[in-house]
Ligand binder design. Structure first.
Ligand SMILES: NC(=O)c1ccc[n+]([C@@H]2O[C@H](COP(=O)([O-])OP(=O)(O)OC[C@H]3O[C@@H](n4cnc5c(N)ncnc54)[C@H](O)[C@@H]3O)[C@@H](O)[C@H]2O)c1
Length: 345
């Protein structure tokens, strides 16, 4: 068991056995992704013998209030108190809903998370955002509630489908592009042997930002790099464009717009695109989506839940120098968004 990071928000531990960290003495209940449970039955079966386990089907449609109520009922049946440790094991869907349930049940119970996707390890399980979807809007309800412990076990990555790994790479590259760090050098070296080093650096960078702004009022907005445009792409494609693909294209759009507005020079624009190319992340969307984007894209962009009175977009004012730009005239930004996609698609 190796301590990766100890931040003021959470303790992050690398534990490829799981045994040490899971078998601790405290009373625990587990919420586990059904797929993960089946894939890692041998490793996880002992939990069922010793503690209450709730198996959850990791579908976006299940990240709801109705499913949360079922989790509350499971807590009541198993006499969960504020001192009970609720452990969520799975990708972002599980960690989001398990953490939401833990943060609201009896006004907040103890929480530990064991993310099993790459995206979960570097993003969803760290930083303290919990969420459920409501009224057709993703992550519409939630709390800020960092887990006391996040346990990283890289063995879970062995069974992760390629598409899910790509979602993680897009987020990892996003983090590397926000601020200067060694993560960029490691990513361009493509040295897979340092998987745990990549995880450590990416988690560290995310936690550094979240520690300063847990409630997402200022600096944390930088983590939306690629997401404002990405959400539009996910939405107009009815989620046929995956989150990772949308974020990767969103980062390219942000870099293109930054260059057009003369914040970012051509050399740095190419450096950003080359890094995304190195991880085979897409440059464009299918031409069939362009008309839909032209018709509905602007409305989706300004309806984005992160919009206050002005539209906040994350742009680059240099390589590894993201900044928040408050936009009075979203139409101009939207036209550049369309211009980029029309050029490449
Ligand atoms: N709270 C946050 O800060 C935050 C940040 C980013 C994303 N999210 C949320 O995370 C969710 C996406 O999470 P995700 O990308 O981690 O994936 P996921 O939870 O959607 O899981 C994707 C698929 O992978 C399967 N899976 C999980 N672990 C596996 C493993 N080790 N081997 C094989 N299959 C495995 C799942 O069963 C599921 O079928 C979204 O709901 C998003 O809103 C939250």
């Amino acid at each position: 068991m190796q301590k990766l990071i100890s931040s003021t928000l959470s303790q992050v531990i690398l534990d490829n056995n799981l045994d040490d960290s899971i078998k601790e003495f405290d009373k625990k209940v587990f919420i586990i992704d059904k797929n993960v449970y089946n894939l890692f039955k041998k490793k996880l079966d002992f939990l069922k013998q010793n503690s209450p386990v709730y198996l959850f089907e990791a579908k976006e449609n299940n990240k709801t209030l109705t499913e949360t109520e079922k989790i509350y009922a499971f807590f009541i049946k198993n006499n969960v108190t504020r001192n009970t440790i609720i452990v969520g094991i799975g990708g972002g869907i599980i960690t989001d809903i398990a953490a939401f349930a833990a943060s609201t049940f009896k006004r907040g119970c103890r929480l530990q998370l064991i993310p099993t996707t790459f995206l979960g390890m570097i993003d969803a399980a760290v930083g303290g955002k919990t969420a459920i979807n409501f009224n057709g809007i993703k992550n519409n309800i939630g709390t800020f509630y960092p887990a006391e412990k996040v346990i990283i076990n890289t063995q879970f990555l062995d069974t992760l489908p390629k598409k899910e790994m790509q979602n993680g790479w897009a987020e990892c590259i996003k983090i590397a592009l926000i601020r200067p760090s060694n993560l960029y050098a490691i990513l361009i070296s493509k040295n897979w042997k340092i998987k745990s080093e990549i995880l450590k650096l990416a988690i560290d960078l995310k936690l550094l930002i979240c520690e300063k702004d847990l409630n997402d009022k200022n600096e944390r907005k930088l983590l939306n790099l690629g997401h404002t445009f990405g959400h539009v792409l996910e939405s107009i494609s009815d989620y046929q464009i995956s989150h990772g693909e949308a974020v990767a294209i969103g980062i390219r759009v942000a870099a293109y717009i930054s260059n057009k507005l003369e914040y970012l020079n051509k050399h740095d624009l190419e450096k950003i695109n080359s890094l995304l190319d190195l991880y085979n992340l897409p440059t464009r969307i299918s031409a069939s989506y362009i008309n839909k984007l032209k018709k509905h894209g602007l409305n989706i962009l300004i309806r984005d839940k992160k919009v206050t009175s002005k539209l906040n977009v994350i742009l680059f004012e240099g390589f590894q120098k993201a900044f928040i730009k408050q936009v009075d005239k979203p139409k101009e930004i939207f036209e550049l968004f369309i211009q980029y996609l029309s050029k490449v698609s």
